[in-house]
Design a protein around this ligand. Structure first.
Ligand SMILES: [Cu+2]
Length: 409
């Protein structure tokens, strides 16, 4: 159930981690050893639990240094310090999740944010977008003093409660300047140009209507339950097997392969959406990709319930972020503005609230790979889908056999 966030597990979905996608959860008292090879990757990543809301407290930094003797891709820093931004719940986060799953309403917001596990000075009780990691070079050229490092959430939802507090830590000069600019790759990169799979996914929240009035399980707005979906499919995690194990062993009935490449109904996604389009359908649907196919996905936020920045994370891959904009994506005019020269390489990208973002990658990693919103509250509501990337030719393009200690359901 642990995930090395953004580490490419080539042909090895067994070490990826999300429960019921590539493995069954590790039971209390049981163990599972993640074995993986780090290839062509360096920098700061994080690992975290990928089971229900356990990520709230089970996470840490994973720092991959350059090979011994190889230089950093920038001038050697004098000192390095990982900064881990987290969330703190005064209650057991699993109880918060359970309560929301029962009532259908919004989950209780966290009580504090943390930097390296500590909430800092601005909380009475001395109490970046989710999913992203970044290596930041800080030039310590300011007058020697103590400086605050502060973090709060860039919150874009309008009708949902959230934790709007600020967490702090202190940066101490022993003896800052950050330049904000459009993020690009440091040099020209090879972006796929011939697209085999042109996908358009709408992502957003929804509401399920309840028929019985005053039902304790319908404490969302106006006697409803909150939902979330991609292309109107609210993802349901399997309970009896993981998708990868079912696929590998040919077990039927765990998932279906009919995730739609485009929304089943087209509408003005960021306009005033008719109420009849607010209710997604439940399903455990995957989208199959041929090994090596060039994939483009436009992720389009909707204004259903609220527009929002959904930090979308794709497992097993890095993708180029080639464009984004506000409003509805226009397939006739927007592609002309794509950056196909030096776009940034990411494994998580936020949809601009009420906007779209376009990504490209080559499906060269076989396996079952979850794509989901990295807000845990949205993930458990169904804001997810799974790519099932088929094996290519021969063992070098095929999923390796599962390890003997892989947990079973
Ligand atoms: Cu979300």
């Amino acid at each position: 159930m642990n995930l090395l966030h953004g580490l490419r597990q080539l042909r090895n979905p067994w070490a990826d981690g999300p429960e019921y996608i590539t493995q069954c959860p590790i039971q209390p008292g049981a163990t599972y050893t993640y074995r993986f090879t780090i290839q062509d990757q360096e920098g700061t990543l994080w690992w975290h639990a990928h089971s229900r809301w356990l990520r709230a407290t089970v996470y840490g930094a994973l720092i991959i240094y350059p090979k011994l003797g190889s230089p950093y891709p920038f001038s050697m820093p004098k000192r390095e310090a990982p900064l881990l931004l987290g969330e703190w719940f005064d209650r057991n986060p699993l109880d918060v999740q359970r309560l929301a799953a029962f009532t259908g309403g919004a989950p209780n917001a966290s009580d504090a944010y943390t930097i390296n596990g500590q909430p800092g000075d601005l909380y009475r009780c001395s109490k970046q977008g989710p999913g992203q990691t970044t290596d930041v070079l800080l030039t310590a050229d300011q007058p020697p003093a103590h400086y605050y490092v502060a973090a709060s959430v860039y919150e874009t939802a309008r009708n949902a409660p959230f934790d709007n507090t600020t967490t702090t830590a202190i940066l101490e000069y022993k003896s800052a300047v950050a330049v904000q600019r459009k993020i690009k790759s440091p040099s020209q990169v090879k972006v796929p140009t011939q697209i085999d799979e042109n996908l358009f996914f709408i992502v957003g929240l929804g509401l399920k209507n309840c028929t019985v009035p005053n039902n304790p399980r319908c404490q969302g707005p106006n006697n409803t339950r909150f939902a979330a979906s991609m292309n109107n499919v609210s993802f349901v995690f399997p309970r009896t097997n993981s998708i990868m194990q079912a696929y590998y062993n040919g077990v039927p009935g765990v998932f279906t392969t009919d995730f739609p490449p485009v929304p089943p109904v087209q509408f003005d996604y960021t306009g005033n959406v008719p109420r009849g389009l607010w209710t997604p359908r439940r399903g455990t649907k995957v989208y199959k990709l041929k090994y090596g196919s060039n994939v483009q996905i436009v992720l389009q936020d909707t204004s259903i319930v609220t527009t929002e920045d959904h930090p979308m994370h794709l497992h097993g891959y890095h993708f180029y972020v080639i464009g984004s904009g506000f409003g509805n994506f226009n397939p006739r005019t927007d592609p002309a503005k794509f950056n196909l020269v030096d776009p940034p390489l990411r494994n998580t990208i936020g949809t601009p609230p009420g906007g779209w973002v376009a990504i490209r990658f080559v499906a060269d990693n076989p396996g079952a790979w979850l794509m989901h919103c990295h807000l845990d509250a949205h993930l458990v509501l169904g804001l997810a889908m799974v790519f099932l990337v088929e094996n290519g030719k021969g063992p070098s393009q095929s999923v390796i056999p599962p390890p003997a200690d892989l947990p079973r359901c």
